[in-house]
Design a protein around this ligand. Structure first.
Ligand SMILES: [Zn+2]
Length: 198
């Protein structure tokens, strides 16, 4: 058997391989609890006692800055929301807030519209807003869009409406928050007001 002649080699550390997807799917807080100090989280380098290898370069860090900046709830962003149909997880870098077609969508924070785009097989009709402080928010699967690229927007005026565009099976807002070019879980920052029971 020719196939068995070559020696079996390990191409990567099996421990890291096992742990990495675990981290990506959950918040660091949920996985590690209080084991790792906030200082090491902030540095982006977390050394695990298991194999002493650095596995955390891409781990989502907890951010306390955004809630202080926005103080927004689901009700502020999407007053007509009816629930959270999908949370932030590996493969889904945002949250899905369900609401009837045509529900008004408000930005999480004031800012400048940096992109308005139609991506048929992805976000559909979508708006990207630079909220300042290295924070960008993305609103997907929209119907009507009331803003243009370059517009300065405020939280008291809707940027558009919930639609059924792009890769979606029902009307909802797909919301992403990107901080320092990394997607972070928007949910903790938006649930400060009315909280959905699910
Ligand atoms: Zn989504």
């Amino acid at each position: 058997m020719i196939l068995n002649i070559l020696p079996k080699t390990r191409t990567s550390n099996p421990v890291s391989k096992l742990i990495r997807p675990m981290f990506e799917g959950k918040t660091i807080k949920a996985v590690l609890g209080g084991i790792i100090s906030m200082t090491s989280l902030a540095s982006g380098l977390v050394f695990l006692p298991i194999d002493q290898s650095v596995v955390a370069a891409n781990i989502q860090t907890l951010n306390t800055e955004i809630p202080l900046e926005t103080r927004k709830s689901y009700a502020n962003v999407l007053p007509a929301y009816t629930g959270v149909s999908q949370g932030f997880r590996f493969g889904h870098p945002g949250i899905d807030l369900t609401a009837p077609l045509g529900s008004k969508i408000y930005p999480i924070k004031e800012g400048v519209v940096i992109k308005v785009q139609y991506l048929k097989y992805d976000y559909g009709r979508a708006v990207w807003i630079d909220n300042g402080n290295d924070t960008v928010s993305l609103y997907g699967h929209m119907g009507k869009i009331f803003v243009n690229e370059g517009d300065t927007i405020t939280t008291d005026k809707p940027i558009g409406e919930v639609g059924l565009t792009g890769k979606t099976t029902g009307p909802h807002l797909h919301l992403e928050v990107i901080k320092n070019e990394k997607n972070i879980n928007p949910q903790p920052y938006l649930a400060l007001g009315r909280v959905n029971k699910r």
